[in-house]
Design a protein. Structure first.
Lengths: 122, 243
């Protein structure tokens, strides 16, 4: 499968996701629905994605940070909004992000390991 | 826009070149960020943050507005869609791992989602911020489009939520390695899940190159936290308001 086919598949599933999102009015954006559809497609068919698609996906994801830059520059245009309540905003953002990060990682670390160790009989 | 838009006075040739300029500037600024990250190996040297600062300063110096910049940068922004869909591929590859750790994964996701909403809202209120700001903070761990949708539905300021989602993501990208190293948590699954739950796409962009399992769990976390928060926030927020 060629590069073009890989891009076509990604866009096709995004389009399907956008359509479903628009038709059902669920607050989940099209690309996220497209991601779930594409995962379900390969899981249900019990098939590995082709090497070309894996290559295209890995390539796109290795530059994921870059793709957020245009939206991120919007921060500079919205500085006034942040400045209006900078203390509660900065402390809450840092505090809440830290607690969320640590809680999620810790539960997965604590119970995820134990589950797999028990299952494998180690 | 906080600075004057002088681009209307530019000759047409310059205006036609704006999209090309914006795309080149974005790629260049990001490459500089990657180079600085390699050079300093400090988590603070985050390429997304460096690129945003370089572009912000450049636009200001050239008196270009964000809208002018985005006419070109939207072509890079567009790729976020297919890249999000592409997160399905590492997920399919990690299916066996996910089956094995299914219940821990669901518990971690639920806890992360709940704590993200409650602590975001609660901390703003405790520190004397307005309720509108607190409501805008509640969906800050989500991927930007879901954060905007949730913010709108619960009565926050959508653009503030979008900015907070991006800043929160940068924060996760910067802090995840030192924080988890300090807690002695180094499994790619826990790292990926935490990056995606707390920092959605930008958080994930930090751990995706580290391990294919990190990419898989980050992808699941971005989707699952988005859906969980979209469902939970409208139920939780009225309870929090009364509290």
């Amino acid at each position: 499968m060629s590069m073009i086919q890989s891009i076509f598949i990604l866009l096709l599933f995004q389009l399907a996701g956008e359509l479903l999102s628009g038709l059902t009015h669920v607050p989940v954006p099209g690309p996220v629905i497209g991601m779930m559809l594409l995962a379900a497609f390969y899981i249900l068919r019990r098939r590995e994605p082709s090497p070309a698609l894996q290559h295209a996906a890995d390539g796109l994801l290795s530059w994921l940070g870059l793709l957020f830059v245009p939206a991120g520059v919007g921060i500079v245009a919205n500085l006034a909004l942040l400045r209006s309540a900078w203390l509660p905003i900065s402390v809450a953002l840092i505090g809440s992000t830290f607690i969320t990060l640590v809680t999620t990682a810790w539960i997965m670390h604590r119970f995820g390991n134990r589950a797999s160790i028990q299952r494998e009989g180690l | 826009m906080s600075w004057p838009d002088l681009t209307q006075s530019f000759p047409p040739v310059v205006r036609a070149g704006l999209p090309l300029f914006a795309i080149t500037l974005t790629l260049g600024a990001y490459l500089v960020g990657v180079e600085i990250q390699k050079r300093f190996r400090n988590p603070l040297a985050n390429p997304v943050l460096i690129a945003i600062m370089i572009i912000g300063v450049t636009l200001r110096l050239l008196h270009l507005s964000y809208q002018d910049y985005f006419t070109g940068a939207q072509f890079i922004h567009f790729l976020l869609g297919p890249a999000t869909v592409a997160l399905a591929i590492p997920m399919v590859r990690a299916l066996e791992h996910m089956r094995r750790g299914f219940w821990p994964m669901i518990s971690a996701l639920l806890a992360g989602s709940l704590i993200g909403i409650v602590s975001g809202y609660g901390l703003v209120c405790l520190l004397g911020g307005s309720q509108t700001v607190a409501l805008s903070m509640a969906p800050k761990s989500l991927t930007t489009p879901i954060a905007i949708a949730v913010s709108t539905s619960i009565g926050g300021i959508p653009s503030l939520s979008a900015v907070l989602a991006i800043l929160g993501g940068i924060l996760v990208a910067i802090s995840i390695d030192p924080v988890l190293h300090w807690l002695k948590i180094d499994e790619p699954s826990a790292k990926g899940l935490a990056a995606g739950t707390a920092g959605s796409g930008i958080g994930a962009s930090r751990v995706i190159p580290q391990h294919t399992l990190s990419a898989a769990f980050a992808g699941v976390a971005i989707g699952a936290n988005g859906i969980l928060t979209a469902l939970l926030a409208p139920i939780l927020v009225p309870l929090l308001k009364h509290w």
